[in-house]
Design a protein around this ligand. Structure first.
Ligand code: PLP
Length: 284
């Protein structure tokens, strides 16, 4: 693979970053994952806008402009001949002179940036046909989940716990209510109404979530943005999760309780169909 590191396109085996990079030492970094379908970027504008917001909230400065960022994405797609999969992008606060809790002056220390592609079949698979099982886990992440940082140890830990229990993901619960999945936004459907937690600092503002809710409204589906409990989810007609690389992923079991008839539901299937039809039209 050809990857991008701080201005250079290199074979992945030659790509290097400093051991003093704050992304490595302190997870002082933000990231984005954009999906690629038919060699084109799905919702690049949404991801670029969220990236700028994440950077702004942490007083970080991007080492590249958003136009340059789009060009880098296109170069990597071309150089790796990528048809379907995604692009991972990470911007760190850079490498300070020492390991210091105080941020270095952004005028003196430039941010670090790496991007790499990954090929992956996103449009089909067992988990889409059959749905996935999830288990609940307490949400003990920090309180600014709206900023897409690389502090992913707890989500990773939660996913491992889920795996040990024979499930594919964890739905995180805070004060009795589901916040989101380990790397996706969570939804239930009851009597035709789509229910998903409202935006706040408690969850990541999913780019896929925004598109899915827009398509749901356009299709005259009812949406309620409010918190729900695991018990309510277990009694729902269907459940699903959204993310850039998972689109709309059906969930058929929560903490061992089957949702609806235990098969992917019609609402998540319909939303996925609309998403797959509409998003390539605006792909870059
Ligand atoms: N919530 C969390 C915690 C995530 O990590 C992600 C994606 O990585 C999402 C939600 C979904 O966001 P998006 O649709 O922008 O991929």
């Amino acid at each position: 693979r050809t990857v991008y590191v701080n201005g250079d396109y290199l074979p992945e085996t030659e790509a290097k970053v400093s051991i003093f990079d704050r992304g490595f030492l302190m997870a002082d970094a933000v990231y984005e994952v954009t999906s690629v379908l038919g060699g084109k970027l799905i919702d690049f504008q949404g991801h670029a806008a969220r990236l700028q917001r994440s950077l702004g909230e942490l007083e970080m400065i991007s080492p590249v402009t958003m136009d340059e960022l789009l060009e880098i994405h296109h170069q990597l797609i071309a150089r790796n001949d990528l048809d379907e999969g995604g692009i991972y992008l990470q911007i760190t606060r850079g490498a300070g002179p020492d390991r210091d809790f105080v941020w270095p002056d952004p005028e003196e220390v430039k941010g670090g940036i790496v991007l790499f592609t990954f090929a992956k079949k996103l449009t089909a698979g067992k988990s889409l046909d059959e749905g996935i099982k999830v288990v609940s886990m307490e949400d003990i992440r920090w309180g600014r989940r709206d900023i897409k940082t690389t502090q992913l140890l707890y989500p990773s830990f939660a996913k491992m716990q889920a795996k040990k229990k024979g499930a594919a993901d964890a739905w995180l619960v805070e004060d009795g209510f589901v916040t989101e999945g380990s790397s996706n936004n969570a939804y239930i459907v009851k009597d035709g109404v789509i229910i998903t937690r409202q935006l706040s600092t408690d969850i990541l503002h999913g780019i896929t979530r925004a598109s899915i809710l827009k398509f749901a409204a356009e299709a005259q589906m009812k949406v309620e943005e409010r918190p729900f409990t695991i018990e309510e989810a277990q009694q729902a007609d269907e459940a699903f999760a959204t993310s850039a690389t998972g689109f709309s992923q059906p969930v058929v079991e929560i903490d061992g309780v089957r949702i609806g008839d235990g098969k992917p539901g019609p609402v998540s299937r319909r939303l996925r169909e609309i998403y797959m039809e509409e998003m390539p039209k605006t792909a870059l």
